[in-house]
Write a protein that binds this ligand. Structure first.
Ligand SMILES: Nc1ncnc2c1ncn2[C@@H]1O[C@H](COP(=O)(O)OP(=O)(O)OP(=O)(O)O)[C@@H](O)[C@H]1O
Length: 236
C-alpha cells in the first residue's frame, strides 16, 4: 500500500431503494464523496432516516452502491467478490453496534477471542492480548462472565474490545451509545477517545447526536442524501 493512502475513499456514491409500491424509488444517497485519513476519527451525523446505516453498509461492503466507488485501505470494493469482501471485513474492519451483538453463549474472553480465531489465532495464543485489552477496558474481573451477567455499559465495552482485538485498520461504530443511559454513554465515549488516541486505527462513528459527534476530529453531516456544511447540523 502506498504510504499516505486514505483509510477510506468514498467517491460520488449513490444508493436507491425501491419504494413499497414497487413503482417509485427512494434516493437515499445522491452523490456522497469524502476521504478519511488513517488514524482519523470521523463522525457521520444525520437525523433518523438520512441514510447513515445505508452508507455504513456500503463502507463495509455489506451492500454495494448503485453508482460511485468505495475504497478501504486502497482497495476498491467493487473489484472484490464476496469471499474477498468477507476476508477484508474479518481482517481490516471492526464493528461496534448499538445493541452490542455479543454471542450470549460465550464468555467475555471467548467473545473477544472470536475475531482472532476467525483470523487463525487460537484462544490460547490470543490470551495475553485479550488480557491486556480487558485491562484497558476495565473488565479484567469480568473475563469469565457471560453477556447476560453484564450491565449494558460493560457489554458495550466487551463489544469495543471485540472490534479492536484483531487490530483492524478501520472501526465502524453505529450509534455505540444509543442503547445506554446518558452517564454510561459518556463513559463509553471517553473510553473510545482514550483507546483511539494512541492508535493509527481509523474510527467512523455514526450518530444522530451532536454530543457523540463532539469526540470526532471531523464531522460529516448527511442531509437529503448529501453531505452538507457541518454548521447546518446545529439547526436540529
Ligand atoms: N433495504 C432497504 N429497502 C428499502 N428502503 C430502505 C432499506 N434500508 C433502508 N431503507 C430506507 O432508507 C432510508 C435511510 O435508512 P438508514 O437506515 O440508512 O437511515 P439512518 O440514517 O441510519 O436512520 P436511523 O438513524 O434511524 O438508523 C430510510 O428511509 C429507510 O426506510
Amino acid at each position: 500500500m502506498v504510504p499516505g493512502t486514505p483509510a477510506l475513499r468514498v467517491h460520488d456514491v449513490h444508493k436507491v431503494y425501491p419504494e413499497g409500491d414497487g413503482k417509485s424509488e427512494h434516493r437515499v444517497l445522491e452523490g456522497v464523496s469524502f476521504d478519511v485519513a488513517q488514524g482519523e476519527c470521523v463522525a457521520l451525523l444525520g437525523r433518523s432516516g438520512s441514510g447513515k446505516s445505508t452508507l455504513l453498509n456500503l463502507l463495509a461492503g455489506i451492500d454495494r452502491p448503485d453508482q460511485g466507488s468505495v475504497e478501504v485501505m486502497g482497495q476498491p470494493l467493487r473489484r472484490l467478490g464476496e469471499p474477498a469482501l468477507t476476508l477484508l471485513r474479518r481482517r481490516q474492519i471492526g464493528f461496534i453496534y448499538q445493541f452490542f451483538n455479543l454471542i450470549p453463549t460465550l464468555s467475555v474472553t471467548e467473545n473477544l477471542a472470536l475475531p482472532l480465531e476467525l483470523n487463525g489465532t487460537t484462544l490460547r495464543r490470543g490470551l495475553p492480548r485479550i488480557h491486556a485489552l480487558l485491562e484497558q477496558l476495565g473488565l479484567e474481573r469480568r473475563a469469565e462472565a457471560f453477556p447476560d451477567q453484564l450491565s449494558g455499559g460493560e457489554q458495550q465495552r466487551v463489544a469495543i474490545g471485540r472490534a479492536l482485538i484483531h487490530e483492524p485498520a478501520l472501526v465502524l461504530a453505529d450509534e455505540p451509545t444509543g442503547n445506554l443511559d446518558v452517564e454510561t454513554g459518556e463513559q463509553i465515549l471517553e473510553l473510545l477517545s482514550a483507546l483511539f488516541a494512541g492508535r493509527r486505527q481509523t474510527l467512523i462513528l455514526v450518530t444522530h447526536s451532536l454530543t457523540v459527534s463532539a469526540i470526532a476530529d471531523r464531522v460529516l453531516t448527511l442531509e437529503h442524501g448529501r453531505l452538507v456544511a457541518a454548521d447546518r447540523s446545529l439547526a436540529w
